[in-house]
Design a protein around this ligand. Structure first.
Ligand code: HEC
Length: 125
């Protein structure tokens, strides 16, 4: 790039403009790489979990997670369930806990999404 030494202020502005372009490019690159990373370490999605929950779990655990009155111990918002780790909840979902059937046909990520949604239900009052 040719820098016009006779018009210092114009050159200065031009340099500034270039800097801000570089900054924008840098931010764009960051956004793109963050997107790529999120593809590899997919965060559990409570929203995706909600859809599965509505079709497979609500019948016993109710839409609120507080459990159906006819199904004993099905309150997922009870202190005992809140205290369990994500891994413990995931294991119960995968293996079942009679009378709850096993959901071993769900993928690991579907189960993590369900756990994320159960946590969301537990945080509602
Ligand atoms: C047939 C009814 C039924 C269905 C369907 C069902 N559950 Fe359950 N679930 C129960 C019952 C009853 C318990 C309590 C079992 C026990 O007493 O240990 C339970 C326990 C759990 C627990 C452990 C709670 C705790 O306090 O340890 C989790 C987590 C859970 N269910 C999640 C799910 C999810 C997610 C689904 C859907 C994929 C699901 N359940 C489907 C009846 C059901």
């Amino acid at each position: 790039m040719r820098v016009d030494t006779t018009a210092d202020s114009t050159a200065g502005k031009r340099t500034l403009k270039m800097k801000s372009m570089h900054k924008k490019l840098g931010i764009a690159m960051l956004v793109i790489s963050a997107g790529a990373i999120s593809l590899f370490a997919a965060k559990p999605s409570a929203a995706a979990g909600k859809a599965v929950y509505a079709s497979k779990c609500e019948g016993c655990h109710a839409a609120t997670g507080k459990g159906q009155s006819f199904m004993a111990n099905s309150d997922l918002t009870a202190p005992a369930a809140k205290k369990k780790s994500n891994a413990a909840l995931a294991a119960i979902i995968r293996k079942g806990a009679p009378p709850m059937p096993s959901f071993s046909s769900l993928s690991a990520s579907e189960i993590h999404n369900l756990v994320a949604y159960v946590r969301e239900l537990q945080h509602q009052k």
